[in-house]
Design a protein around this ligand. Structure first.
Ligand SMILES: [Zn+2]
Length: 86
């Protein structure tokens, strides 16, 4: 079992026009879901690090919700054993 990764990242919309709404996206390597966040508004013109951080935060939530078993096989095993020993 492998841990899902965020792949095929890119930008949607105008990358350099700071006033325009662009989106940062990536794809889940496990289920091919597209994870997408709006560009973060910051005080500086360099919004990319903050936007990346946001994207990864959303992706980690996706992994937790959708691939919890893959992300933590130990926890899944405990649940399985608990339900089997009835
Ligand atoms: Zn996924």
């Amino acid at each position: 079992m492998k841990i899902p990764e965020l792949t095929d990242g890119g930008w949607l919309g105008p990358k350099y026009e700071m006033d325009s709404a662009s989106h940062r996206f990536g794809k889940c390597s496990e289920c091919n879901d597209i994870i997408c966040v709006e560009k973060v508004v910051t005080d500086t013109r360099n919004t990319q690090p903050a936007t990346n951080e946001m994207l990864y935060k959303v992706f980690r939530t996706h992994v937790k919700l959708k691939h919890a078993e893959d992300a933590s096989p130990a926890a899944a095993r405990i649940v399985r054993e608990a339900t089997e020993n009835k």
